[in-house]
Design a binder for this molecule. Structure first.
Ligand SMILES: [Zn+2]
Length: 282
């Protein structure tokens, strides 16, 4: 069966840039960024993007060795190109979710909720054919797992909050933390699977190790970010957890959500007692 991720109608869709020796950002402007990290003879691809275009072709000339994919979490905007790769890992709790895939109907509905103000599509892309084909994970990622890539070793750090299995990756070689935990964008803590207290624990955990990195490479929005942002985000989540009044009530995802505005980011959370948004029918 044909699928959109194998199509390559817009060669300018992915903006691929080397940030520093061996780390490349693969941007899909307005949506997400994935990262490619080259070791001596192995390559780690952190997330596979929206699945609008063929990310495998966009990176084939820069990968130094066989590619292992690791997903920061299961959401479609980070796993859209998984089907193009053979060696894929994700946290245990999200293995079943990447195997499921998403139908065109589900994707249109999700895009209508979360991205309605920023829906830019690749040239020649047919939204009515967009689907994400489920792909079996070949391994599960556990907290503390190390990917040995010769000159650099990348450590997986479990950082739940946005989803139960959210994972960050520490590259001591470039002193970078590649993470979905923070951004200068909107934090989505309004999903059924999101948890404010888990966000707080994950932020504290990463802060306790902040002598091992100098900068943050986030999967949404502006990058790199200073590690001082971790403290700002932690204090924001602590205020929310302590019951602060929201700055606005947001209905962009359907049910009522609380929106908190801080100086350089926003946080969307489910109101106390609310179930939260579930993007796919279970
Ligand atoms: Zn997500």
């Amino acid at each position: 069966m044909s699928n959109m991720a194998s199509v390559y109608s817009d060669p300018n869709w992915f903006k691929v840039k080397e940030i520093e020796n061996g780390i490349f950002v693969i941007e899909e402007t307005g949506y997400v960024q994935s990262y490619l990290v080259n070791g001596e003879d192995k390559t780690l691809l952190i997330d596979t993007g929206m699945g609008f275009q063929n990310i495998q072709r966009a990176i084939e000339s820069i990968a130094r060795g066989p590619i292992t994919v690791v997903n920061t979490h299961w959401h479609f905007d980070h796993t859209g190109g998984n089907e193009l790769f053979d060696h894929i890992g994700i946290a245990d709790s999200e293995i079943n979710l990447i195997e499921r895939g998403l139908t065109n109907e589900e994707l249109i509905s999700i895009l209508g909720m979360g991205f309605e103000n920023s829906l830019t599509l690749p040239k020649g892309f047919l939204l009515e054919k967009y689907q994400i084909v489920g792909k079996k994970a070949s391994f599960s990622i556990k907290d503390g797992d190390v990917f040995n890539m010769g000159n650099r070793k990348i450590e997986a750090i479990a950082t739940p909050g946005h989803t139960r299995g959210s994972t960050s990756f520490l590259d001591r070689y470039s002193r970078s933390l590649l993470t979905g935990l923070v951004s200068r964008d909107t934090f989505y803590a309004h999903f059924e699977e999101s948890n404010v207290k888990s966000f707080i624990c994950s932020l504290e955990k990463v802060i306790s190790r902040s002598d091992e990195f100098d900068k943050l490479l986030p999967i949404h929005g502006q990058y790199p970010l200073p590690k001082s942002l971790l403290h700002e985000v932690l204090s924001a989540f602590m205020k929310i957890d302590a019951g602060a009044e929201p700055d606005a009530i947001d209905h962009s995802w359907g049910p009522e959500c609380y929106l908190y505005r801080f100086s350089s980011f926003e946080v969307l959370v489910k109101p106390p007692g609310a179930k939260g948004i579930n993007v796919i029918p279970q």
